[in-house]
Each structure stands twice: as C-alpha cells, then as structure tokens.
Design a binder for this molecule. Structure first.
Ligand code: AMP
Length: 496
C-alpha cells in the first residue's frame, strides 16, 4: 500500500459550465439572481422533520484538558435529532470510531489531533455507523467540521476499488483546494487517491479528451463537476457518499441549488443507497426547511442561532464620518498597533477591494487582495502566500467568507457590511461566516465593523445584533487610539 494520498493532476481547459437545471419534486421555485455564486463563476459585481423518531439533547462534558489543547467554542450545545433506531454513542476518543490504523496514524501523526472535538465526537459515529444515514449538521465556525466529512469520506472508501467513491462539493475553488489539502494530510497513510475538480486555466487537455476519473475521492466546485459528469468522465456507479460543504449556500436559491439537486438526482439514479452529508455553520429557516424536505430521514445536528456567535471573538463597531476615515482607522488604529497576527479585511466588491488595496499600498503597507474576477493562478497564489504567512493583511470579497481556515487570523475588519445584493438587507449568514475567519478552534479574535455615518450601515449592524442576540460594543470615537488598544486588549490580542 502506498503511503501517500495521491493527488491526481487535473488537466482541463479553462472553466465553462454545461448549464442544466432540473426541478425535482421537492424543488421550490428558484428566483433568478445575478450574484452570490462563488464557485466557478466570478463574484462581484422550528419545526422538526416528520421523519424524526427520536429526539435527544447531547452535550458532551469536557474532560481534563492538556494545556496544549485549545478550548473549543463554548456553548457548543448541539441539538441532535436522530432518525430510525440506530443507537449512536458519542466518541470521546478517536479509538472509539473503529478507524483503520492508517487513518489513526493520519489523525495523530499528520494532523496532530489528540481527541475529537465536540462536533466530531457526535457526528462521526452517525456518519460511520451502518446504515450510513444522511446527516444534516450545523456546528460553530472553526469547530472541526472539515474533519467530520473528510474522515467520513476516507473511512468509507474501499482502497482496492479504483473508482470514484466519495464526492465533496464546495462553493469556491479555495475551499475545494483547502479541503483537498486536509484530505491528503489526513489520508496520507491510506493510499487512497484523490482529485480536485476546480476550473483550471492551464493549457491541459479539454474535458472531452481527458481520461475518466479514477481517483477514489473527488472534491470540487459545481461547474467543473457538472462538466465532468456531462462528458461522462466522472462515473457515479460506485459513489457511496456525497458531501456538501457550506451546505446552506449549496442548497440556497441564490447559491447553487439547481446544480446541487441535479448532481444528487444523477447519483440517486444509479445509486439509490448513497449517503449525503450536509455541513455548515449556518442554516437559515428557509434552507433548513428545504434541506429537511429534500434529504430523506436524515440524522440532524443543530445549534441555536443565539449560540452561534463565537464567544472567543470579540465584536466591535465604529461609526466613521467619511469613507476615507475607514482607511485611516485601518492604517492608524489597527495596523500600527503591533503584532496582532494576520488580518482579513472584507469588502463588498472588487472595486472596493482595489480602492482599499491602492490606498493602503500608497501609504506603504504591504497588503494583498483577492476577489472572484482575478485569474485562477493569481487567486491561488495570493491565498497560498497568506496561508504561508508571507503576507499579513488580506483584502477579500466574500469568496473567502466561508470556510477559509487560517489559524493565525486574529482580526477581521468589515470594511463593508455584508448585505444581500438584491435587497440591501443584512446577509446574516455571511456576517457569521466572516466573523468565523478569526478565532479558529477556540483561538482569540476580534472583529471591527466599520460603519458609515450616513447610509444604512448602522441599521444593518443593528439588525445583525438583534438577529444573533449579540452584543457588539461601540468604539465611541472613531479616531481614539486608546479605545482601539482597549478593545484589542479586551479581545486578548494585545498585552495589558
Ligand atoms: P474546521 O472547522 O474543520 O475548519 O477546523 C478548524 C481548525 O481546527 C482547523 O485548523 C483544524 O485543523 C482544527 N481542528 C479540527 N479538529 C481538531 C481536533 N480534533 N483537535 C485539534 N484541532 C482540530
């Protein structure tokens, strides 16, 4: 058995997607939107399911923790609703999961994990135990969801069968690449092969001429996956498990609902007994309801909306008289305050990204920016530099709002508040995901929301506070160094 997870190189011409949409019996009418799909296209510009037969609340007591282990988000009370009569015992140790020695080695030696996080302890038995029921799982940002589905996929693949057996669909190329890295690391000793399916702009062979996929795990974005399927390059006959990362976005009407349903139907046709896993930190009521009607008899894990905000990340708001003052805040109050780790500045459009980038660069700051209109290579390069800590400040549109895992990000700045393109209403889910880029796995973090005096920023902020029942403290004078220092000290990012 080989001792690496092979990443089979992709050879594909630049992105184009074979557009097809279906309306399944559970499909709600879709609205046409121009925005917020982030995967293969450019961006910019309580009621419980009937299938539930058993309801129980699981909360796992923290055992004595070695000093080196970080605290997970508190309030991780995850409400578990199981379907059918399979008993599940939460796994307090990875040993409880009956994993192969190769996978155990990956977890301990490569990942350097010591014990499962709460979401892992609860969800992994549900994923791994026959009859392999579907799972809809919500858990806090940065609490270890990726491991749940990556380990789920790896544990279900038969290494001797050289056919695609597990498929993971993500909204962005960055997330697909990141998940692939985790899979390669975790599965290093298993010999399981994997291939990433994201748009490439290299001069490789076109999809029509490429060889059929033989990798056992495929992780990709919807457009490329659909194209591979349309060209009969991705066989589905042996597919056992389908994962939706950022599932609420993947099944939202203004996300990738049509693509996701199409892929599910295609798999179901040849393989009715496949397992679907849906993971996200957010499931608004509309999407939750749709998902519960679409996926039959799932096990379900949910977190109350009020419990979703991370306690370890302190949130602040600052009212700035003028647009230019936001730049002054970033420059004078944030970047000059010493080593506070890496920072992501979220903006709404590529135009704002360029403006902020230019303003900070002209003042001599070394910043980079990423948005969906950049070439694939540039996007990958900028993200890699940031992940390798070669850059400290990254300006990003919401292509990086979800899932992006960089443990050294301590600070998130909302230069523009997240709002829905069509209505201007707050985008609550995106707000929560942006906040979740800081404070990974219980680390400390801070968020500064920069609000313009005029316009609707203040109203958007108020609505967000109300929605999450969150306390967002105000920095009373936008240019007071003392107040920012105080905030960063309170957040644990500056020494007293
Ligand atoms: P995720 O929410 O999956 O993006 O994970 C957030 C961060 O927590 C990642 O950097 C993981 O490597 C880390 N992590 C996940 N599970 C564990 C674990 N059981 N022990 C320690 N760190 C973990």
């Amino acid at each position: 058995m080989s001792d690496t997870v092979e990443k089979v190189p992709t050879a594909e011409a630049s992105s184009s997607s074979v557009e097809a949409s279906i309306t399944g019996e559970n499909t709600e009418p879709t609205t046409t939107t121009e925005k917020t799909k982030w995967g293969d296209v450019e961006d910019d510009d309580e009621e419980e399911s009937d299938a539930v037969s058993e309801l129980k609340y699981l909360s796992i007591k923290d055992e004595e923790k070695p000093e080196s282990i970080l605290d997970e988000p508190e309030d991780s009370n995850i409400k578990a609703v199981t379907s059918g009569d399979t008993p599940y015992t939460s796994a307090s140790r990875f040993e409880d999961l009956n994993l192969s020695p190769e996978l155990m080695k990956g977890l301990y030696v490569e990942m350097k994990f010591e014990k499962p996080s709460k979401i892992q302890a609860i969800s992994l038995p549900m994923i791994i135990t026959p009859p392999h029921k579907h799972l809809i799982a919500q858990a806090h940002n940065g609490s270890g969801k990726t491991t749940c589905f990556v380990l789920g996929m790896l544990s279900r693949v038969d290494p001797s069968l050289r056919q695609p057996q597990a498929l993971c669909i993500c909204p962005t190329r960055e997330l697909a690449n990141q998940n692939m890295e985790v899979l390669q690391k975790m599965g290093k000793f298993t010999g399981i092969t994997a291939e990433v399916a994201v748009p490439e702009s290299n001069q490789g062979v076109t999809t029509a001429r490429r060889a059929p996929v033989s990798a056992q795990v495929v992780i990709g974005t919807p457009g490329t996956l659909k194209k591979w399927m349309a060209f009969k390059k991705l066989g589905l006959n042996h597919l056992k498990i389908l994962v939706f990362d950022e599932a609420d976005h993947m099944l939202a009407t203004d996300g990738f609902r049509d693509d996701s349903l199409r892929i599910m139907k295609d798999i179901e046709r040849v393989n009715p007994n496949y397992q679907v896993l849906l993971f996200s930190a957010t499931f608004n009521e509309t999407v939750k309801d749709f998902v519960q009607r679409t996926v039959k008899s799932p096990n379900q894990l949910f977190v109350k909306r009020e419990d979703l905000a991370l306690d370890s990340v302190k949130q602040y708001k600052v009212v700035c008289p003028k647009e230019q003052d936001k730049i002054e805040v970033i420059k004078d109050q944030i970047m000059e305050l010493g080593d506070i780790g890496q920072t992501i500045i979220f903006v709404k459009t590529k135009v704002s990204a360029s403006k902020v980038h230019k303003a900070l660069a002209e003042m001599g700051y070394d910043v980079t920016s990423v948005h969906g209109s950049m070439s694939q290579e540039d996007r990958d390069k900028i993200v890699k530099e940031f992940k390798d800590c070669l850059t400290q400040v990254l300006i990003a549109t919401d292509v990086l709002a979800r899932g992006f895992d960089q443990q050294r990000v301590n600070l998130v700045v909302n230069y523009n508040m997240p709002t829905k393109y069509e209505t201007g209403e707050p985008d609550y889910e995106v707000y929560l995901h942006r906040v979740g880029r800081a404070g990974r796995f219980g680390r400390k973090g801070a968020v500064f929301n920069l609000l313009l005096e005029n316009g609707n920023d203040k109203e958007v902020m108020e609505k967000i506070e109300r929605y999450f029942g969150a306390q967002v403290k105000e920095i009373k004078s936008w240019n007071s160094e003392e107040e920012y220092k105080g905030a960063l000290k309170e957040a644990g990012l500056l020494d007293e």
